[in-house]
Design a protein around this ligand. Structure first.
Ligand code: GLA
Length: 393
């Protein structure tokens, strides 16, 4: 479906569910991370980009204090209601907790939301793909709040409040990368973001005669959130041990690999030591990868993507058999410049840079071999890098 069609249908749905007219339509993108994984909570550098896939919402202010939500993608949930005077996490409220969390975070930050709204949304991000449908919903809600209630447009604040909603309201201890990539996306550019300072630069992604191909394992990954929070704790333990010998250290990614090698024995637990090793080396890899890209050395960028996967698989242990098979099958194909898991892991997707004339072979071979080895059928998406949030109708 074209985006225009999604918007048209969404307007119809809005009318059906909430009646009348006067709704405004907003969009916020999902994201894919090219390199720099699991280091946005270790003060590292990440390199994500926004996608043209994302979430749309038709929204209209109400006179009273009610919030009413409906999702085309989760039609079976029906209309879910909430109240501005009772903004609390409720398991039975499902996906709407992300949007409610953002309203809660904006109010906590001192912004006045005197009346509720009706909100119908529809997304083009494949569900459970790890392409940040939740960050996209958070940034979208923030975008709608800014426009409807006349708050000053500030997308960095929007990203931060989205993260606060997810950390403090939903209880998922994520870093800032996903919300930042969605809120600050720019067409055809990736964002080189220092997560310790939020300094960032846009970098073109000159992949020339090649495509960005995302492959979905289509593996359900329910346990991802608790495993994610475990990794964060392991990194914190490693940091505490390192602070015994380096009291001024504030985050793992402040260390260069050479310094880490000299200090790593201070980390008592070998598992935590491996986690820290990934963080330190992944940060160095990301900075180097962006340098290579700026020099137009896309082959070197691809090799660093592959190395990132190996580190996530062996040292950080957030990959899984399905992601490994996808990456390993991709590496076998001439014309694949780089392939790695992307996002939180334990399922979800790989991101691949594939030369134009190898895309067909890639889809064919990786698809066939993956199904043979795992019994699952993968999905392939050739994606484009898109802009951040906007009002679209
Ligand atoms: C998830 C989190 C991000 C980031 C990635 C891993 O997507 O939401 O903050 O930590 O995992 O890089």
């Amino acid at each position: 479906m074209t985006d225009q069609k999604v918007i048209e249908e969404l307007r119809k749905t809005f009318e059906e569910k909430f009646g009348g007219e006067g709704e405004r339509v907003f969009f916020a993108p999902g994201r894919v991370n090219l390199i720099g994984e699991h280091i946005d909570y270790n003060g590292g550098h990440v390199f994500p980009c926004a996608l043209t896939l994302g979430t749309y919402a038709a929204v209209r202010k109400r006179e009273d204090r009610k919030l009413r939500f409906y999702s085309v993608n989760l039609a079976e949930d029906g209309v879910i209601e909430a109240d501005l005077d009772d903004l609390t996490y409720k398991k039975e409220d499902g996906w709407t907790n992300y949007a409610k969390g953002v309203v809660w975070a904006y109010r906590q930050a001192g912004m006045d939301i005197p009346a509720g709204f009706d909100f119908a949304c529809s997304g083009t991000i494949p569900p459970k793909s790890g392409l940040s449908s939740s960050a996209s919903l958070e940034v979208l809600t923030g975008e709608a709040l800014m426009k409807l209630y006349g708050f000053e447009e500030d997308q960095v604040r929007n990203a931060k409040l989205g993260q606060i909603a997810e950390n403090q309201f939903v209880g998922m201890n994520c870093g800032i990368m996903d919300q930042f990539a969605s809120a600050m996306g720019q067409k055809d550019k990736a964002i080189f973001l220092n997560t310790a300072t939020l300094d960032f630069q846009y970098a073109p992604v000159p992949i020339g005669e090649a495509k960005l191909v995302i492959v979905n394992t289509n593996k359900p990954h329910e346990l991802a959130n608790s495993a994610y929070n475990d990794r964060r704790r392991e990194c914190e333990t490693a940091l505490k041990d390192l602070q015994k010998v380096r009291p001024e250290l504030k985050a793992l990614c402040e260390l260069k690999p050479e310094e880490f090698e000299l200090l790593s024995n201070a980390i008592a637990d070998p598992v935590c030591r491996k986690r820290a090793k990934h963080a330190v080396y992944e940060d160095a890899r990301t900075t180097e990868a962006v340098e290579k890209l700026n020099q137009g050395d896309i082959a070197a960028f691809g090799k660093l993507m592959n190395a990132s996967h190996v580190s996530l698989r062996d040292d950080f242990e957030v990959s899984c058999r399905e992601l490994d098979v996808l990456a390993e099958e991709a590496w076998k194909i001439p014309g694949v410049i780089g392939a790695r898991m992307t996002g939180g892991g334990f399922g979800g997707c790989t991101v691949n840079i594939v030369e134009d004339n190898s895309v067909d072979t890639f889809v064919d071979q990786v698809g066939k071999n993956y199904t043979e080895k795992t019994g699952l059928v993968p999905s392939f998406y050739i994606v484009s890098i898109g802009d951040g949030p906007s009002e679209v109708g």
